[in-house]
Ligand binder design. Structure first.
Ligand code: FES
Ligand code: FES
Length: 211
């Protein structure tokens, strides 16, 4: 995935407001597997929406949720504060650390940098979808087995990034893992364990490079 230059905020739009206005329709900006989409904030169909709450329908982990949200609400805040999906963590809230990573139509995105209103009609998947009913996704098992965490704040983001990464690269090398996860930061420095967990996940899911 190529790293494209971030478009400049328009005059009068704060940096934070600009990041929050980034939508899900244009070209990708990102580091490694993680991306948020570069699209200048625009009213849908030329119609001004908000600033008051408007009906928003989200599909999260296969379940439909009907909400009333101000258009400025990010997907991360909608998930955590309005729907109680707290797996995605708010750490930097600036599209830098990857702790808020969720999948939107199978692609890893920074949920703090996507507006909830723009995620309508898309399939949102959070880390909560990877366990339940007595089953745990092999990616989670591999993170535990390889000590791919210390404080754990970044871990849900890494797990979801791993899911998106392995869907694209089922047999990665260590170097590809290193490069592919440039958009996720771990302040505890458990990178070695995390990378081992990604490689083990590849093997467990499909028979990875060293299987
Ligand atoms: S909280 Fe979203 S990238 Fe850090
Ligand atoms: S485990 Fe603490 S920031 Fe990653």
């Amino acid at each position: 995935m190529s790293l494209t230059k971030e478009p400049k905020p328009e005059p009068g739009v704060s940096r934070r407001g600009f990041i929050r206005g980034v939508g899900l329709g244009g070209g990708a900006i990102g580091t490694g597997i993680l991306e948020h989409e570069a699209q200048a904030a625009q009213p849908a169909g030329g119609k001004i929406i908000g600033p008051g709450a408007v009906p928003v329908t989200l599909q999260v982990n296969g379940k439909i949720h009907k909400l009333n949200l101000e258009p400025r609400v990010t997907l991360l805040d909608a998930l955590r504060d309005h729907l109680d999906y707290t797996g995605a963590k708010k750490v930097c809230d600036q599209g830098v650390c990857g702790s808020c990573t969720v999948l939107v139509d199978g692609r890893a995105v920074y949920a703090c940098s996507v507006l909830a209103i723009d995620a309508q009609g898309k399939d949102v998947q959070t880390v909560e979808s990877l366990s339940g009913g007595g089953k745990v996704d092999p990616i989670i098992t591999a993170f535990v087995a390889n000590d791919g965490l210390q404080c754990g704040f970044c871990t849900p983001g890494w797990v979801m990034a791993t899911k998106a990464f392995l869907a694209k690269n089922p047999n990665p090398t260590y170097e590809q893992v290193k490069e592919g996860f440039g958009g996720n930061l771990c302040r505890c420095g458990t990178y070695t364990g995390i990378r081992r967990a990604v490689l083990q996940s590849a093997k467990d899911l499909k028979g990875g490079a060293n299987a």
